[in-house]
Design a protein around this ligand. Structure first.
Ligand code: BES
Ligand code: MN
Ligand code: ZN
Length: 497
């Protein structure tokens, strides 16, 4: 794919598609006006006839556009400019791109609008378009004879004046890096459980690390995990013929005085539920249960490629949760790395058992901040729906930073309570804690369980069980792995002081 930035007039760019936005407002913006002039007022007529409304998500296509150099014109609505958010803009750009990537087109010109009456400025537009073009050009048909999504090979970003060219180029580059990272996460989530298991995921992680000379990758095997006392994670892994792995990826580019952040991902490459077996209905999508780890890997790749000035350690705990004569059982008592004992009341509450040991390791590394990401509970999806990430924390200021990073990249997330009273629900008769809290407040008791393993480190837990994986496609989003929260992690790290 080649992306270029060009101060050429929209009427003159010779591409398969010319793409431009329109908000619900009185007048065309200057770039749109140029197109209308070249088309002899066709857009004015469409608007007068009520066919060009600017309504959010509306896509109007003018095929065989006569008067402009591009073959086809695509106009995407942004809705009320006073209400437009970054997320709203991205939804529109994704809808626009996805409406044409079902066919194979070689080239597109994207009009950036520097005179926008909305708050999504020129550079944000450039980044979002670039990111959307990368994400919207890749689908999930990994095993079809013929693909059903085609990337656009050559994209020109049109600007009005060459004075902004360097900044716009940078923004386009950022969007591209983010898009590639998100696609990596999506691909790993979309691959089948027979393709992605702990060892194969670890090999992919190593390949990613090898692409960047500032990314170091260590892979712990079964023996090492035993030596490191990761008894909780190892218990989950026991039911599988495939060995577990812990991936520790270091990116230390912030200097000795900058804080270090650990990004910890749940990497259950398939969650059958274990002896607390899931019904088929709930098991069918459980290849997605390594999305936390895939999100961490995607973020690490983007952070390294952007060359952020920060110290980041990515930790991905990889296991398969299966049943066998050797699998862990209900009633077992496990000992986590920090010595705490856990009574198993449900083998399907396995993610927290994996994270327990990995969080202990992060705490042992004396990192300054932690964020873990996990497709942890169905209860979080019940509470917040499929699109909103649940945020849980032991540290208000740190939670606030993650929240504001998420906000600035338009990824919805909502804070959940962490009252100590919930700890009552985790009490066990014979061990320090049990691994489930009962029927109510399931997302919160899961988070309270994790809190046992982070020491006093400022920590945020993100439950992405809803947003990480979409069961079906929508106009703005392909079904399957979403890559949600990759951007938020990158933004959080880039804002870290
Ligand atoms: N991986 C699941 C959670 C999940 C559910 C992710 C739906 C994505 C979509 C997790 O391991 C799990 O099974 N959680 C149980 C916990 C329960 C046994 C306390 C759940 O949510 O039912
Ligand atoms: Mn489970
Ligand atoms: Zn799980």
């Amino acid at each position: 794919m080649t992306f270029k930035v060009d101060p050429i007039s929209p009427a003159e760019v010779d591409t398969n598609w010319l793409i431009v936005t329109i908000a619900e407002e009185e007048n065309f913006h200057p770039q749109l006006q140029k197109i209308d002039d070249a088309l002899n007022g066709q857009l004015t007529r469409l608007k007068e006839n009520g066919d060009l409304t600017g309504k959010s998500g509306d896509v109007l296509k003018v095929l065989d556009a006569d008067g402009i150099a591009a073959t086809r014109l695509l106009i995407v609505g942004l809705g009320d400019p006073g209400k437009l958010t970054r997320a709203g803009f991205e939804k529109a750009t994704m809808t626009a791109i996805r409406s044409i990537t079902g066919n194979e087109y070689r080239s597109a010109g994207v009009v950036l609008n520097s005179s926008a009456t909305h708050d999504v400025n020129l550079l944000a537009q450039a980044e979002i378009w670039s990111k959307s073009i990368i994400i919207g050009g890749s689908g999930q048909a990994l095993h079809k004879a013929e693909t059903d999504r085609y990337p656009i090979k050559n994209v020109t970003f049109l600007i009005e004046s060459e004075t902004v060219e360097p900044e716009v180029k940078q923004a386009v580059g950022r969007g591209r890096i983010l898009g590639d990272a998100i696609n990596l996460t999506r691909e790993l989530v979309n691959r089948t459980p027979d393709e992605i298991y702990p060892e194969s995921f670890a090999l992919r992680a190593r390949q990613v690390a090898d692409e960047f000379n500032n990314l170091n990758c260590e892979i712990w095997d079964q023996k090492r995990l035993e030596d490191e006392n990761m008894g909780s994670m190892l218990a989950v892994a026991r039911g599988s013929d495939r060995e577990p792995r812990l991936i520790v990826m270091e990116y230390l580019n912030g200097g000795p005085n900058a804080p270090t952040i650990a990004l910890v991902g749940k990497g259950v490459t398939f969650d059958s539920g274990g002896y607390s077996l899931k019904p088929s209905q709930g098991m069918i999508t459980m290849k997605c249960d390594m999305a936390g780890a895939a999100t961490v890997l995607g973020a690490m790749a983007a952070i390294a490629e952007l060359g952020l000035k920060a110290n980041v350690i990515g930790m991905m705990g990889m296991v398969e949760n299966l049943v066998s004569g050797n699998a862990y059982k209900l009633g077992d008592v496990l000992t986590a790395r920090n010595g705490k004992t856990i009574e198993v009341h449900n083998t399907d509450a396995e993610g927290r058992l994996v994270l327990a040991d990995v969080l202990c390791y992060a705490a042992d590394r004396k990192v300054d901040y932690m964020i873990d990401l996990a497709t942890l509970t169905g209860a979080c999806v019940v509470a917040l729906g499929t699109d909103v990430t649940g945020l849980f924390s032991n540290h208000q200021a740190w939670a606030g930073k993650v929240e504001s990073a998420a906000k600035s990249c338009g990824e919805p997330l909502w804070p959940m309570p962490m009252f100590d009273d919930y700890n009552e629900l985790l009490k066990s008769d014979l061990a320090d804690v049990k691994n489930i809290g009962g029927r109510w407040g399931g997302a919160i008791t899961a988070a309270k369980f994790l809190e046992n393993f982070v020491n006093e480190t400022p920590w945020v837990h993100l439950d992405i069980a809803g947003p990480a994986f979409a069961e079906s496609s929508k106009p703005h989003q392909e079904g399957g792995g979403s890559g949600k929260m990759v951007h938020t992690l990158v933004e959080t790290v880039s804002q870290l002081k």
